[in-house]
Design a protein around this ligand. Structure first.
Ligand code: ATP
Ligand code: MG
Length: 564
């Protein structure tokens, strides 16, 4: 599959891009491309939003237009400025810039109110007394037409008066709504006199106590697009059935009329992607917060060590289509490895340390070995690694009774220490009461380093850290948040939360060059995976590393098997 190759020359096209191109050819919007990304500030952005951001900002960039960041802040009960700020930070981190075009639907409340009054005057909207329950009954079903509300044929004057009094706070929540007067028999339920305003006596994070009626999404969205001169209003598939309503409002008002275009939302395996569910995980303490490195939020992925480049690359590779599908999380990890492999420097780190004593190495002697920072890129240079008599190796790299084809250390066996000598195991020391191996003993062959080593070959190479020089660290290993690929298809999605999604290792031994690294710094720990310095919990003297992703790439294998 060509789209997966790194050297793909041109961006692959998609149906949205084709529609924009067609509008440019026919000069439909005067040659302009103005898009918007319209988050509701009721949670943090997730990787699904990243897909929408890449489409919205990407099209504007490609065609020399612009993309607005507009907060769809019409529901004050769930929104907050914490979310507003977090969303800005995440969009910027992803690499996009709205310039001066930062907007809020709440800035348009007055204009929306006036337009609603206009629709009332034109006989196109009315104040309804039906409580929510009854309104639902009157609405009918997909197979049965709805019934008209008894309030439907109020006079214009009565409607104008009641609407004003709704705004003035005369009525209780739930006792009145403003509805568009369209068609209770429409085959599209969205056109059966949809609600435009609800009474909500809740202060808003931007408008304070000024309003106690709030517009619905359907009423606010298209008109906000129109006010901003949006040309292409791109949204997810669930709004396809709302498009006739989007068009109806704009046509009735006779104002600038953007084109709404829908695409399939991104779903990822082994996680959930709805803000409601993510909020539940946060509120119930099942994760440490919105930025927990296991979360599919941009804040979580960032803290985990993802790069914006890898996420943008992923969004491009999955493409834009109209059919819903679930993308394997391995695909996202594949994009990440691809990026980190090129940019992350290699380091040695022992996560589960075991002492290795080289009996014939002089006490007090320290040599400096040279380690390559990135075999993929020689311009990244080398670094010095202190080597001494007592080292740490990985517990896994020693077996007292090795299985067949075990090429690491075992009694009598030889192994190469990365960037250093070949050593031969001479024995072990055990803790007398438990039988636990506390130390491995070996001898080294001084002739097995550098150019002289050519004649000698051993099958295994293991990593190590000099005990006297090691930096001690906490390392957090992560696994999928959910055990099942599609948790939202389970009867109770929380039952398949992975109890082992976080494993904390303390007393890990890192090579000394990792001392005092800035939060967010990324490395490949040889043979272990990619890691980054945790941005929240890491402190001088107590470094904390997150494993971003392991080295094994299941996605690359799948792709090869499928002949991609
Ligand atoms: P959620 O379902 O997670 O609560 P939402 O659609 O309610 O998401 P909004 O803040 O309204 O969240 O979304 C802002 C924009 O991001 C919308 O245009 C929406 O269509 C898009 N978007 C949301 N989720 C996804 C997704 N999974 N894939 C692609 N685009 C998405
Ligand atoms: Mg929404």
């Amino acid at each position: 599959m060509g789209a997966m190759s790194r050297n793909e020359p041109a961006k692959p096209s998609n149906f949205i891009r084709e529609m924009v191109l067609e509008d440019l050819r026919t000069n439909r919007f005067g040659g302009k491309v103005i898009t918007r990304f319209p988050p509701e500030p009721n949670g943090y952005l997730h990787i699904g939003h990243a897909k929408a951001i890449c489409i919205d900002f990407g099209l504007a960039q490609e065609f020399g237009g612009r993309c607005h960041l507009r907060y769809d802040d019409t529901n004050p009960t769930k929104e907050s400025t914490e979310y507003v700020e977090a969303i800005k930070a995440d969009v910027r981190w992803l690499g996009f810039d709205w310039g001066e075009h930062l907007y809020y639907a709440s800035d348009y409340f007055e204009q929306l109110y006036e337009w609603a009054a206009e629709l009332i005057k034109a006989g196109r909207a009315y104040v309804d007394d039906l409580p929510q329950e009854e309104m639902r009954e009157y609405r009918g079903t997909l197979t049965e037409p709805g019934r008209e509300s008894p309030s439907r044929n109020r006079s214009v004057d009565a409607n104008l008066d009641l609407f004003k009094r709704m705004r003035d706070g005369e009525f209780e929540e739930g006792t009145k709504t403003l509805r568009a007067k369209i068609d209770m028999a429409s085959g599209n339920l969205n056109l059966r006199d949809p609600v435009m305003y609800r009474i909500r006596k809740v202060p808003h994070h931007r408008t304070g106590e000024k309003w106690c009626i709030y517009p619905t999404y359907d009423w606010a969205h298209g008109q906000s697009d129109s006010i901003e001169g949006i040309t292409h209003s791109i949204c997810t598939l669930e709004y396809e059935d709302h498009r006739p309503l989007y068009d109806w409002f704009l046509a009735e008002l006779g104002i600038h009329h953007p084109q709404q275009i829908e695409f399939a939302r991104l779903s990822l395996s082994h996680t959930v992607m709805s803000k409601r569910m993510l909020l539940e995980l946060v509120e119930e303490g099942r994760v440490s917060g919105w930025d927990d490195p296991r979360m599919p939020t941009l804040a979580g992925l960032r803290r985990r060590g993802y790069t914006p480049e890898a996420i943008r690359d992923f969004c491009e590779r999955i493409g834009v289509a109209k059919a819903d599908n679930v993308v394997d999380i391995a695909h996202l990890e594949h994009c990440l490895r691809d990026d980190l492999n090129r940019r992350a420097e290699r380091r040695m780190a022992v996560l589960r340390p075991l002492r290795l004593v080289i009996e014939n190495y002089p006490e007090g002697k320290v040599e400096e070995m040279e380690g390559v920072n990135n075999p993929e890129d020689s311009s990244m240079g080398t670094r010095r690694l202190p080597f001494s008599r007592i080292l740490y190796i990985e517990q896994d790299d020693f077996r007292e009774s090795p299985p067949p084809k075990y090429f690491r250390l075992a009694p009598g066996a030889e192994v190469r220490l990365r960037y250093a000598y070949i050593v031969k195991c001479t024995g072990v020391l055990k803790e007398r009461s438990t039988g636990e191996i506390v130390e491995v003993r070996c001898t080294y062959d001084p002739a097995t380093i550098g150019g002289d080593a050519k004649g000698r070959k051993v099958k295994g190479t293991i990593h190590w850290v000099s005990a006297a020089h090691a930096v001690e660290a906490e390392v957090r290993l992560y696994d999928h948040l959910f055990l099942k690929p599609r948790p939202d298809e389970e009867e109770d999605w929380k039952t398949c939360l992975n109890p082992d999604s976080l494993q904390v290792l303390t007393g890990c031994k890192l090579e000394p060059s990792l001392k005092g690294d800035a939060p967010g710094s990324r490395y490949q720990f040889e043979r272990q995976g990619y890691f980054c310095v945790d941005s929240k919990d890491s402190r001088p003297g107590h470094p904390v590393f997150n494993r971003t992703v392991g080295l094994r790439d299941t996605w690359a294998k799948i792709e090869r098997a499928e002949g991609g």
